[in-house]
Design a protein around this ligand. Structure first.
Ligand SMILES: C[S@@+](CC[C@H](N)C(=O)[O-])C[C@H]1O[C@@H](n2cnc3c(N)ncnc32)[C@H](O)[C@@H]1O
Length: 269
C-alpha cells in the first residue's frame, strides 16, 4: 500500500525482490523524489549558494548586481536570499512543481516555467546563475550549446555568469559521491541510499537511490541521469559559444558533496 504520497500516481509500483515490500519507482519529467516534493529538497540540501555567488560577483565588480536570473532555480531559496539584498530576481525552472512551490514560498521573486535550452525572456541581467548541477542535465553537447545560447541571449556585455556544475572529481577522481541522503525530520523522515553507474562512452552517471521512511510509507526508488563535464571541457564550450571564462574556483559548498566547482564567465568582446 502507498502511504502519504498520493501524487505518486505519477510513478510505477512494483514488488521489490530484495525486501519483499512494495516499492514505488518514480517517473515523470525528472524521476527524483525531491523534484516532486520541493519542500523536501531544502531539508536535504540545507546550504544556500547565494552568499558564494554574491562574494564571487562582488570580488569582480565591487558592488552587488542589480538584477539576477537564476536558471534551474528549483525551490527558489537562492533567489529569495538575493532578493533580501534588494536584488531584482527572476527564476526559471523546467519542473512546474518547483515553480509552483517557489512562487508560493517566495512571492517577491518572479518564477517562470521554462527549458534552459529554449526560453527567452526579452530581458538582460547583471548576474546569471546556474547552480546545483543544473547544467549537468544537459546530456548532449548540442543541449549544452542551446543552454549557452539562452544564457548569452540574457547577457549584457558586462554580465557575470556563475555556473556550479558537479565537481567531476567527486565521481571519477579520488573523492566519492554521496551514498546517503537524509530527510532529517518531519512527517517525511527518511534515508536515501544511492549507488552510481558511470558510462565512460556517454560521460553519464546514472544514480539509483532508494528512500526508506521512518514509518507508514513504502520504499521509493528514484533515478537520474546526468552528464559529467570536466572543468576544461566546460571552459572550451563557453569559449566556443561567445564567452570569456574569467575563473574556475573550488569551494566547500555543501556537506553532501565534496568541493563544489564554480565557473565564472562574461560575454566575449
Ligand atoms: C538539483 S536542482 C538545483 C536547484 C537549485 N538551483 C539549487 O542549487 O539548489 C536542479 C534543477 O534544475 C532544473 N532543471 C533540469 N533541467 C532543466 C532545464 N532543461 N531547464 C531548466 N531547469 C532545469 C530541475 O527542475 C531542478 O529544479
Amino acid at each position: 500500500m502507498i502511504g502519504w504520497l498520493p501524487e505518486i500516481a505519477l510513478g510505477l509500483t512494483c514488488n521489490s525482490k530484495n525486501t519483499g515490500s512494495t516499492m514505488t519507482t518514480l517517473s515523470g519529467p525528472t524521476n527524483d523524489l525531491l523534484h516532486k516534493f520541493p519542500n523536501l529538497y531544502e531539508k536535504v540540501f540545507t546550504v544556500s549558494t547565494a552568499p558564494t555567488c554574491v562574494d564571487l560577483y562582488q570580488s569582480r565588480c565591487g558592488s552587488l548586481p542589480r538584477t539576477t536570473l537564476d536558471i534551474g532555480s528549483g525551490p527558489g531559496r537562492e533567489l529569495a536570499d538575493l532578493a533580501e539584498l534588494g536584488i531584482d530576481c527572476v527564476g526559471v525552472d523546467f519542473v512546474p512543481m518547483m515553480i509552483e512551490y517557489a512562487q508560493k514560498s517566495y512571492p517577491k521573486v518572479e518564477f517562470i516555467q521554462g527549458d534552459m535550452r529554449e526560453f527567452r525572456l526579452g530581458r538582460k541581467f547583471d548576474m546569471i546563475t546556474i547552480l546545483g548541477a543544473c547544467i549537468n542535465y544537459m546530456l548532449e553537447n548540442s543541449d549544452l550549446e542551446k543552454a549557452l545560447a539562452t544564457i548569452r541571449a540574457h547577457c549584457r556585455e558586462d554580465t557575470i555568469v556563475i555556473v556550479e556544475p558537479y565537481n567531476t572529481s567527486s565521481f571519477v577522481g579520488t573523492n566519492v559521491p554521496p551514498t546517503e541522503y537524509a530527510i532529517p525530520d518531519g512527517d517525511f523522515k527518511a534515508v536515501g541510499s544511492a549507488t552510481y553507474e558511470w558510462s565512460q562512452k556517454e560521460q553519464l552517471i546514472r544514480r539509483v537511490r532508494t528512500w526508506r521512511f521512518s514509518e507508514g510509507q513504502d520504499d521509493i526508488q528514484d533515478t537520474y541521469k546526468q552528464r559529467l563535464y570536466f572543468a576544461k571541457e566546460l571552459q572550451y564550450f563557453f569559449e566556443k559559444n561567445g564567452f570569456s571564462v574569467i575563473d574556475i574556483v573550488e569551494h566547500q559548498q555543501s556537506k553532501i558533496y565534496n568541493k563544489s566547482l564554480f565557473l565564472l564567465a562574461t560575454p566575449a568582446s
